[in-house]
Design a protein around this ligand. Sequence first.
Ligand code: PGA
Length: 251
Amino acid sequence: MRQPLVAGNWKMNGSRDLVRQMVEAIGPTAEQAQDVEVLICPPFVYLGDAQSQLQGTRVQLGAQNVSQEPKGAHTGEIAAGMLLECGCEYVIVGHSERRAMYHESDERVAEKFAAALDAGLKPILCVGETLEERNAGTTEPVVRRQLEAVLERSGAGAFGTAVIAYEPVWAIGTGHTATPEQAQGVHAFIRQLMGERDQAIADGVRILYGGSVNGENAAELFSQPDVDGGLVGGASLKPDDFRKIIQGAAR
Ligand code: PGA
């Protein structure tokens, strides 16, 4: 039985005030939804505030990016060990915005994934196709390529703790949510790919859906057999919406 995970990706949004509001709003919701794992990923600079305010709640903390290097002369970068020290349990790697705007290649994403894992963090690996790729019928090869870069480096066993997030690029921040059937189709494909390497890992790995998840559509998306929760952007900045999404993942 896979425990659903609902993760909020704040991107470059929020404030100290939002950290406070969000913890107040979702702390009790997470307490009620005992079977759901709840996670917020605020910007790096708010991790310290979030760490102290989340004490005593069931809400966990994650970061949005990590350096592939463990330390040293890398001005502006943040190492996995630092995230761990600031209370992070998870880190998002390979988000499509990082791939597209910051030129992170499959190989770089695989390095970051390995660095996170080595430090004891649980990576959330984002994969997903653009609209052009979907229209060209190449969704599956694209997702396979993105996943295999990480599997080659870290092996299927890494997904004993790591999480996969299927985020079709055309659905991110657009309001064009994938239909539950579209999401389920790709999730089942990803699980099958994992199964080619290790069936027990494939059965246990959590695959989140991301892309315009909101309080209204979450429950139906999460009811699909291979959808184990969500990676939520815009709606994770709205306390009421995010609470509904958490409730939508409760069984
Ligand atoms: P969105 O973003 O929910 O705003 O579409 C999801 C994501 O990018 O993780």
